[in-house]
Design a protein around this ligand. Structure first.
Ligand code: G3P
Ligand code: MG
Length: 225
């Protein structure tokens, strides 16, 4: 079962910061997870919310702020909001990187950056996994690159049992990412039957981690990896 550092190791350091990603690597994760948005000046920014209010001492929407202004903000413990490039350069292929397309219109620039890292910086396409709740972004990423591994994130039950399956198959997903709350043994079995891996978020309690392992989960995202 893969150990995936959620927003780095955000139980130990400010989420989605270089410090958090370094901490996750020090703790021996197999992969880090991060969230991306586009800012006003066009760079890919590693931040979870669409505003900076919760995680920094600033305020406002990320898409309305320029990189130079975002960089003035403090995300705690003296850390700054990193760009996706800064995180990739820190990671330097030591672990795999799961880029969650959180903001709109992130698929295209993320895929462009990945291609650059593969062509010019010695990264392998398998060093990356793209994921999202947004079907639109996943579809766009798949249209750009037929090989990239992708994960479809799901957080709720719908009336139609296994509603996620047809979309996951359509885009050729590598994994599905259900929240711990909706995960069942049955769901894991169903996904496996269709060749999909199951990475569950966010699993912090050791008892839950053990239960996911027993149920055959392929990975867990944890704040305390
Ligand atoms: O990718 C798993 C998890 O990160 C999805 O939820 O809100 O933490 O981005 P969230
Ligand atoms: Mg995320």
């Amino acid at each position: 079962m893969l150990k995936i550092g959620h927003r780095g190791a955000c139980g130990y350091a400010p989420e989605n910061t270089l410090k958090s990603f370094q901490r996750a690597i020090d703790l021996g994760v197999d992969m880090i997870e991060l969230d991306v948005h586009l800012c006003k000046s066009g760079e890919l920014i590693v931040i979870h919310d669409d505003t900076v209010d919760r995680t920094t001492d600033g305020s406002g929407f990320v898409k309305k702020l320029k990189l130079k202004d975002l960089k003035k903000m403090n995300t705690g413990e003296g850390e700054r909001i990193p760009t996706l490039e800064e995180v990739l350069d820190l990671v330097n292929r030591r672990v795999r990187v799961n880029i969650e397309l959180k903001g709109p219109k992130t698929a295209k620039p993320v895929m462009k950056l990945i291609e650059e890292y593969v062509k010019k910086k010695g990264w392998n396409i398998d060093d990356f996994i793209i994921s999202s709740f947004s079907r639109r972004e996943l579809k766009k990423a798949r249209a750009i690159n037929p090989l990239i591994q992708m994960g479809f994130l799901i957080s709720r039950f719908r009336l139609l049992d296994y509603w996620w399956l047809s979309f996951a198959e359509k885009i050729g997903a590598y994994f599905i990412g259900p929240s711990l709350k909706i995960t069942s043994k049955r769901l894991i079995r169903k996904a496996h039957k269709h060749g999909l891996r199951v990475y569950i978020w966010t699993v912090n309690d050791p008892k839950d981690i053990e239960r996911m392992r027993r149920w055959g989960a392929d990975g867990v995202f944890s704040n305390f990896p």
